[in-house]
Design a protein around this ligand. Structure first.
Ligand SMILES: *[C@@H]1O[C@H](CO)[C@@H](O)[C@H](O)[C@H]1NC(C)=O
Ligand SMILES: *[C@@H]1O[C@H](CO)[C@@H](O)[C@H](O)[C@H]1NC(C)=O
Length: 563
């Protein structure tokens, strides 16, 4: 096997005129094969790798400064969101960088396509043999023992020293597909299985309907009026949203919204087949609790195709570049998927986080579910340190945790609600004061298990246990922060409707506004999020890493927004 592989490489170096010897520098490396994976053999030299190359952006710090100026309520330019061109100007590579990387690829007989509107991402197809030479890499086949998932990855790769400062990083290389992504936890005993539609108690620990959500948070049923206001729902992993199920859901739970539906956009040949059996629990949940809560707001389901199937974040890159390419992207985007932060290379996570900052600076509120594994992230097995979840750990998105109803009709933290502190992103000033108070309260509890200087999450929360959804014509109860993010997003979309109707800007990147208005939330002070053989973090008065600032008080949030 090994000798055959070497011969293949040698042949390839003849075919693709080996560039003159250059000095190479390791760009990214991991020390050990990620947990759960084993190297199961060399990758065939002629297998085509579809590589994405990130070029160095010319002024990412300038972008973040601009993001804060338009998103911080007491700033003079609050609400003056950037145009598409203004945002792109910060992240476009310099002409020298584009030229240097393209001519290096051309010398190797390769031609790259530009895949982001600012020109900071290239895509190139390269056979494994040639990729190994170009990047001093060792692409091999790795198999995930539990799931059987296979991927071609390398433990390290290098770039020519003369491309330093031009070529930022390459994906997929050292970031292995995450075998787990966030999905609704459909757990017993709260999930008694599917049952026929019948009149139900609207607000009890054994079932939460849209009416219950509306009354908990004081959300009006009045229909939104602004057709330019959009709420986007990300769809991944062949999760499809079914229109007939939505119609049944509205007919049962929001008859006043009968006839409301959603529109579809597709990325990477994404689809949304309507056969009843193809309906996905996650996609139906996300659509039913946006269309059914954000009364009258135009909702778009954005279905990302097969490329994300191996969980390699390609789909996450592609959906964000797709939206950045739009002149009028949705003003709110909710995503109920995520990964353990430590399974993603820092460069990739940082680049994606920066892409969310671009969209935020343009006026989009980006919400992510915080994760369903308590302090253990997506881990089902043991963990020694708490595991943060990405993209929710990116400081430029709004992270949404989950609560559950108590028997007295109040809310307490849902024990699966992920929260904690990023190991990649530092704490931002908008949350310094809230988090410092919490850390003072926490004292030595959980000491050493989390990063005291990291970006803390979630930012907010919403109900996420025993939500009634319709799937294949029947009712099923679902749990998860996957319920909470669409609900919080719907509150923001309705406030945006009022803002736009009043001739004002939509809220855009939310966090500075949210932390400046802690009184606009129902503070959740009980419960915790166990994991990693600990009780996790306790919820308490004020912000906490289980329920954030709390659940929305719609009228107070709307008033804080000035409408
Ligand atoms: C869904 O419907 C299409 C066309 O109506 C059909 O070709 C396909 O086989 C169906 N898929 C399933 C899983 O039933
Ligand atoms: C903790 O977070 C800081 C800020 O993001 C980071 O620089 C540091 O590397 C993190 N420490 C660990 C052990 O991950």
């Amino acid at each position: 096997m090994m000798s055959k592989f070497l011969i293949f490489s040698a042949l390839f170096s003849l075919v693709f005129a080996k560039p003159t010897a250059r000095s190479m520098k390791v760009r990214e490396a991991i020390q050990s094969v990620p947990a759960g994976y084993v190297r199961t053999g060399a990758a065939s030299a002629d297998t085509e790798l579809n590589l994405r190359i990130a070029l160095v952006q010319n002024n990412p710090e300038g972008l973040i400064d601009a993001l804060y100026s338009v998103s911080t309520p007491d700033s003079a330019s609050y609400g003056e969101h950037l145009s598409k061109e203004e945002a792109e100007n910060f992240v476009a590579p310099t002409a020298q960088s584009t030229e240097a990387v393209n001519s290096w690829l051309e010398q190797a007989g390769l031609s790259a396509a530009t895949i982001s509107p600012a020109g900071d991402w290239l895509s190139v197809s390269v056979p494994v043999g040639q990729a190994n030479e170009l990047f001093d890499a060792d692409f091999a086949v790795y198999t995930h023992s539990e799931t059987g998932k296979q991927a071609i990855r390398t433990m390290s790769y290098s770039i020519p020293t003369e491309l330093e400062g031009h070529l930022d990083f390459v994906h997929p290389t050292i970031t292995f597909p995450s075998p787990i992504s966030l999905r609704p936890v459909v757990s017993t005993p709260s999930n008694p299985g599917r049952r026929a539609i019948e009149p139900l108690a609207s607000c009890s620990t054994s079932g939460i309907t849209p009416d219950c959500v509306l009354s908990l948070y004081g959300i009006p049923t009045t229909k939104a009026t602004q057709s330019s206001n959009k709420l986007g729902v990300s769809g991944f992993e062949d999760e499809f949203a079914n229109k007939a199920d939505l119609a049944t859901f509205l007919n049962e739970f929001r008859p006043d919204l009968e006839g409301e539906t959603f529109s579809l956009q597709t990325v990477d040949d994404g689809q949304n087949p309507q056969n009843a059996s193809e309906a996905g629990l996650e996609a139906n949940l996300d659509i039913q609790y946006t269309v059914g809560i954000a009364s009258g707001v135009p909702v778009t389901f954005i279905s990302v195709g097969l490329e994300n199937k191996d969980g390699d974040l390609m789909g996450f890159l592609d959906i964000i570049n797709f939206l950045l390419g739009e002149s009028n992207p949705p003003q709110v985007l909710t995503t109920s998927y995520g990964f353990d932060e430590n399974t993603i290379s820092f460069s990739l996570a940082n680049n994606l986080c920066n892409a969310y900052a671009q969209l935020g600076a343009r006026g989009t509120s980006i919400l992510f579910a915080s994760g369903d594994g308590g302090v253990s992230g997506g881990h089902t097995s043991s963990c020694t340190d708490f595991v943060p979840v990405f993209p929710t750990s990116c400081p430029f998105v709004t992270s949404v945790g989950a609560t559950q109803l108590t028997s007295s009709g109040g809310e307490t933290a849902a024990s699966f609600s992920s929260g904690g502190f990023s190991d990649y992103f530092g704490r931002q000033s908008y949350q310094t004061s809230a988090v410092s108070s919490y850390l003072a309260f926490l004292g030595s509890t959980d000491s050493g298990l989390y990063n005291t200087s990291g970006r803390a999450f979630p930012d907010v929360s919403a109900i996420g246990v025993s939500l009634e959804i319709v799937i294949e014509g029947e009712v099923e109860l679902v749990d998860g922060t996957s319920c909470s993010s669409p609900i919080f997003a719907s509150n923001i979309a309705l406030i945006n409707d009022a803002l736009i109707a009043a001739g004002k800007s939509p809220l855009g990147f939310l966090n500075p506004f949210l932390y400046a208005n802690p009184g606009a939330f129902h503070d959740i002070t009980t419960g915790d999020n166990p994991g990693c053989n600990t009780n996790g973090f306790p919820a308490t008065t004020g912000w906490d890493p289980v329920t954030g600032l709390g659940t929305p008080n719609f009228a107070a949030l709307k008033a804080a927004a000035g409408v």
